[in-house]
Design a protein around this ligand. Structure first.
Ligand code: NAD
Length: 463
């Protein structure tokens, strides 16, 4: 069994540390955030990730997993050091590599002579970063320290991170040192997953290209959704029909309010930036980002048209996390949408099953409610922003009775349009036939005390 240090214990680092301990290795998780390290030592999981806390408690109790803030506790004698620090967007759109550089410098200073350590880049880093990390290690390591660098990008999905760590589709390893790549491959030998060994730069590019491709599928479907609304087709049926084609496959074909989170937006931007720095013209990547921005604007426009005006309206927002089963709010569409609603004079009441604590400091002026019913009480519209399972199981008739006006704008196409209308809602999805925003299909409801909105619904049905 190996001695492993994991640098950065956020979403990726914590899952990596827990997984390698679970596989029987001795693991030290290191973070510069002392409060986070203290919580982890106490067996408290700082993030919401299904199944993670139970594994954390099990592995800390077994003694195979410990946490520290001190590089001298973690690095000397480690066989593998996984760099899992954040690589957020820099102002120019590229990846901000300050945290990686700092981590590599600290790792180098704690290496010991004669012991061979393999430094594994798991953070998403621009092409060429492996060479940069190698250079920093060479510059700052003590004489006689032996090291190699391997890129091992991570493909986990937040909300399913534990599953994805234990059941990866593939392991990608890139290195100029074949023996080092094979040593990292051996760490994963109990996994039933193919291992692809490439050079360093190819491995780094596989991560960016994969994320950019998935993001592009989403933007593609949002563009198709817009056309569906205009021509009277239903994008959900279109996606189902497309997904049956083996060449296309069913995943990442859901139209909605676009992608968010800590990865897709920044990684598409960073890949475009990388291309531009190299003299290329990444038109498709920029279009992917532009369509994503438009998806949110169109959503806000749809709400505004449904109500006539947002000024003075009370809007219930269901779902704040960037996707279900996580409390992560980084680049969450909810934040941008709520700010736009507030800027247009609306009052916002919001609810999320797990992201409320994380949301509180980010959403000044928003009333955070105890449940979706409380959020809907007195609202002029309910917006479905994150497709948590709990929202599918909700008592919609009760919601209808609590609202001031029965408008539901569904950013994730979670609900059945016919059923919603039967309950008495004025319902709009994304790219769903008959709920379009094309002039004349959804009529404004007018003033707050407008006549029974069912008249409007009848009109939609007639259209
Ligand atoms: P995160 O922000 O949740 O965690 C990063 C951690 O690194 C923080 O706890 C921070 O305190 C710590 N850190 C920063 N500098 C440090 C240093 N010098 N020494 C020690 N610790 C340090 O980030 P994350 O979401 O886990 O992402 C990490 C990397 O993995 C990023 O490059 C990201 O793009 C990539 N990635 C993320 C996901 C995801 O779903 N979150 C998936 C695949 C890849």
């Amino acid at each position: 069994m190996a001695k492993i240090a994991v640098i950065g214990t956020g979403y990726v680092g914590l899952c990596t540390a827990v997984t390698f301990a679970h596989l029987g290795n001795d693991v030290v998780g290191l973070d510069i955030d002392a409060a986070k390290a203290a919580r982890l030592r106490a067996g408290e999981c700082p993030i919401f990730e299904p199944g993670l806390e139970a594994m954390l408690i099990e592995q800390t109790a077994s003694g195979r997993l410990v946490f520290t803030t001190d590089y001298d506790d973690a690095i000397p004698g480690a066989d593998f050091v996984f760099i899992c620090v954040n690589t957020p967007p820099a102002p120019d759109g590229g990846a901000d590599m300050r945290f990686v550089r700092a981590a590599a410098t600290s790792i180098a200073a704690s290496l010991i002579p004669r012991h061979r350590t393999i430094v594994v880049d798991k953070s998403t880093m621009p092409v060429g970063s492996g060479d940069m990390v190698h250079g920093i290690l060479g510059e700052h390591a003590p004489a006689g320290a032996r090291f190699a660098v391997v890129s091992n990008p991570e493909f986990l999905r937040e909300g399913a991170a534990v599953h994805d760590m234990l059941h990866p589709d593939r392991i990608v390893l890139g290195s100029q040192d074949r023996a080092a790549a094979e040593a990292v491959a051996a760490l994963y030998r109990s996994f039933d997953a193919p291992v692809l060994v490439t050079d360093l730069r190819t491995a780094e590019m596989i991560k960016y290209a994969s994320n950019a491709f998935l993001a592009t599928r989403i933007s593609f479907m949002n563009e198709v959704a817009q056309i569906c609304e205009s021509v009277g087709a239903d994008v959900r049926g279109v996606a189902a029909g497309m997904g049956m084609d083996k060449r296309i496959g069913p995943h990442f074909l859901n139209a909605g309010i676009g992608f968010g989170g800590s990865c897709f937006p920044k990684d598409v931007l960073a890949l475009a930036h990388m291309g531009e720095e190299a003299g290329c013209t990444p038109r498709l990547l920029h279009a992917t980002l532009a369509i994503n921005r438009d998806a949110r604007r169109r959503f806000v426009g749809k709400i505004e048209r449904s109500l006539g005006t947002l000024k003075g309206a009370t809007i219930a927002v269901w779902g704040l996390a960037f996707k279900p089963d996580t409390d992560d709010l980084r680049e969450a569409p909810s934040l941008e949408i709520i700010r736009a609603l507030q800027a247009r004079g609306a009052t916002v009441r919001a609810y999320d099953p797990v992201a409320m604590d994380a949301a509180r400091p980010l959403l000044p002026g928003v009333t955070l409610c105890a449940d979706p019913y409380e959020a809907a009480t007195g609202a002029d519209a309910v917006l479905l922003v994150t497709e948590w399972g709990a929202f599918k199981a909700i008592d919609l008739r009760r919601v209808r009775a609590l609202m001031r006006r029965p408008v539901v704008v569904d950013g994730r196409n979670l609900y059945d349009a016919r059923e919603m209308r039967e309950i008495g809602f004025m319902y709009a999805g994304v790219g769903v036939a008959g709920t379009a925003t094309r002039e004349g299909i959804i009529q404004p409801l007018g003033a707050v005390n407008a006549s029974d909105p069912c008249d409007e619904i009848a009109q939609i049905a007639a259209d």
